[in-house]
Write a protein that binds this ligand. Structure first.
Ligand code: MD6
Ligand code: FE
Length: 212
């Protein structure tokens, strides 16, 4: 693991295929949050239902050519937002550029995401251990941007039973996840109480994917 210093500009290789870029999104945070407002007004956050019929505690929406959706029929990518009946809002150029620079720093050249899944956590919200496997081609990495309150990310292995390491993710931190790590199980522990100066009592995570 390279860990010369922590902060903007660092790229820490945590494991084969997993890179942690602390504060990579920090210089753009105000512009990201402003673009996010536009997305949330066009495609409101909602609690999707799992195939088993339970409402997810994370509130979600998407931008891009398609969006990740879950309902009684299963998990999939859909070109239309089932809530509004319209196309998802376009992915802002700034989002695309941020994902591409982070991927390049982690060794994935020419990353061109077509979906950004937006996750909102409030205190107590958690995301249980899962794999991201609804995308067509696992050759493309996932780029994950954390904003707002800090969270503890669980980084498991390729089998659900494998031990998970705990990774703190704070405002502006970026995680890039691909190659041999692409199908690793992962999750987020229950969000702790707190108030973030820009986002208040919540955490927003943007995960970029090449899904179609
Ligand atoms: C989150 N992230 O951090 C949820 N998936 O709120 C994910 O599920 C995730 O951060 C794949 C790769 C990176 C991630
Ligand atoms: Fe995931």
């Amino acid at each position: 693991m390279s860990d010369l210093f922590a902060g903007e500009g660092t790229c820490v290789r945590l494991d084969d295929g997993v890179a942690y870029l602390p504060a990579h999104a920090l210089p753009d945070d105000d512009a990201l949050l402003e673009a996010l407002q536009g997305i949330l007004s066009a495609a409101p956050l909602r609690h999707m239902v799992t195939p088993g019929g339970l409402a997810m505690s994370v509130a979600m929406t998407n931008c891009g050519e398609a969006g990740w959706v879950s309902d009684r029929q299963g998990y999939r990518y859909a070109r239309e937002d089932p809530v509004t009946g319209r196309a998802w809002p376009a992915m802002p150029a700034l989002f695309r550029a941020l994902a591409a620079t982070a991927a390049a720093a982690a060794g994935f050249a020419e990353y061109s995401p077509d979906v950004c899944l937006v996750n909102q956590y409030v205190p107590g919200t958690r995301l249980s251990l899962h794999q991201d496997r609804d995308e067509r081609d696992f050759a493309h990495p996932i780029v994950s941007v954390s904003l707002g309150l800090p969270a503890t990310f669980l980084l498991g292995g390729l089998q659900r039973r494998d031990p998970a390491r705990r990774l703190p993710l704070g405002h502006g931190d970026v995680l890039v996840w691909g190659g041999p790590a692409r199908l690793r199980f992962h999750g987020v522990l229950a969000l702790k109480d707190g108030l973030h100066p820009q986002l208040g009592a919540r955490r927003i995570n943007l995960t970029f994917r090449r899904a179609l």
